[in-house]
Design a binder for this molecule. Structure first.
Ligand code: NAD
Ligand code: UDP
Length: 334
């Protein structure tokens, strides 16, 4: 039986495919390469190029493969873009989920692990954020993902499709051997942007706001290493294979680092000066996002290996130094 990974050519998907294969799973990947890279997919996985929303294509994949469960990463995830083009996000993300669940139900596939996000919570009422806290997204990206969670819930009620929603906080880092890593165009995430400055590809970092109600005035975020995240997906699969009920889990380190602290850590790791300036706030940024992640540790048995942002940045820097041009296949990028 195979695990079908949707979006397996993307940043988090490719690391998860790699971990699944290292753990002896048989893996098939579906990806339309809109933001992903074929070169990122472990060659032991069978790759089907196509769109999750294309039901004919998906039915063919499900007919061909004997699929036990699905891991779903295939989505758009750039918050500012979602503010400008909300329908693009609801179409690809939420629309994609509806097509997928229809195909899964038709083929009697009843297990799905889903990439959800801290963005489903919006501006938190309390820190750390618990899974039971209100979900009030402040942007269409978060709203599209919350709708996907709700659609999975009602598909469980009606068709018995069991799901685990993994709500990631800030994901960073790369496989330590430097063979796969993060390569987005344009890049919007803090750690890869800092490392672009360190590598001389950008002149300076702009920190978006230093007048927040945090110890140094800059936003505080909770960073988790991409391989720890990948392992959480394998644990979530095992949880569903053991017959447990649908549920949602936060994935974070439960520790916050400010944007200034991240910059300092990157200067330490790279030995580069990394010029930076203060800029205005970025619309929609909550002041502080820190996960309560004890539920995933207790129920899934998740034990993150990377508990220091220096270590996380070190793996991302290793990828950057060994792949200055990323995967160097600009085709298929937005
Ligand atoms: P990514 O863009 O690198 O990967 C997404 C992959 O899905 C790409 O390979 C893309 O080509 C593919 N894809 C998109 N739409 C598709 C479609 N309709 N059909 C087939 N393939 C499609 O993104 P990522 O950073 O790896 O994020 C993966 C998931 O994790 C996303 O769903 C995102 O919402 C979620 N997430 C990411 C973060 C983060 O910090 N990176 C945080 C929270 C949640
Ligand atoms: N950030 C920044 N400059 C940049 C990119 C990001 O100051 O060029 C800040 C951003 O405002 C947020 C933090 O870095 O406070 C993390 O942003 P990212 O986009 O990586 O993840 P998010 O928290 O939005 O999911």
């Amino acid at each position: 039986m195979a695990i079908l990974v949707l979006g397996g050519a993307g940043y988090i998907g490719s690391h998860t495919v790699d971990r699944l294969i290292e753990n002896g799973y048989d893996v098939a990947v579906v990806d339309n390469l809109v933001t992903g890279h074929k070169a990122a997919i472990n060659p032991k996985a069978r790759f089907y190029e196509g769109d999750v929303r294309d039901k004919d294509f998906m039915n063919q994949v499900f007919d061909k493969e004997e699929i036990e469960g699905v891991i779903h990463f295939a989505a758009f995830s750039v918050v500012p873009e979602s503010m400008e083009k909300p329908l693009k996000y609801f179409d690809n993300n939420t629309g994609g989920m509806i097509s997928l669940l229809e195909v899964m139900n038709a083929h009697n596939v009843k297990k799905i692990v889903f990439s959800s996000t801290a963005a489903t919570y919006g501006e938190p009422k309390q820190i750390p954020i618990k899974e039971t806290d209100p979900q009030v997204p402040t942007n269409p990206y978060g709203e599209s993902k919350l709708a996907m969670e709700k659609i999975m819930h009602w598909s469980d009620v009606a068709y018995g499709i069991k799901f685990v929603a993994l709500r990631y906080f800030n994901v960073a880092g790369a496989k330590p051997d430097g063979s796969i890593g993060e390569d987005h165009h344009p890049e919007t995430h803090l750690v890869p942007i800092i490392l672009q400055v360190a590598a001389g590809e950008r002149d300076e970092l702009t920190i978006f706001g230093d007048d927040y109600d945090t110890p140094d005035g800059t936003n505080v975020r909770d960073y988790v290493h991409v391989l720890d995240l990948a392992d959480a997906h394998i644990l979530a699969l095992k949880y569903l294979q053991a017959g447990h009920d649908s549920d949602a889990f936060n994935l974070g380190s439960s520790t916050g680092f400010s944007n200034k602290q991240m910059l300092d850590a990157a200067r330490d790791v790279t030995g580069k000066p990394i010029p930076a300036k203060m800029g205005p706030r970025r619309a929609g940024d909550p002041s502080t996002l820190i996960a309560a992640s004890d539920k995933a540790r207790k129920i899934l048995g998740w034990k993150p290996q990377f508990d220091d942002v220096h270590e996380i940045i070190k793996t991302a820097w290793n990828w950057k130094e060994t792949h200055p041009k990323g995967y160097d296949d600009r085709k298929g990028n937005q």
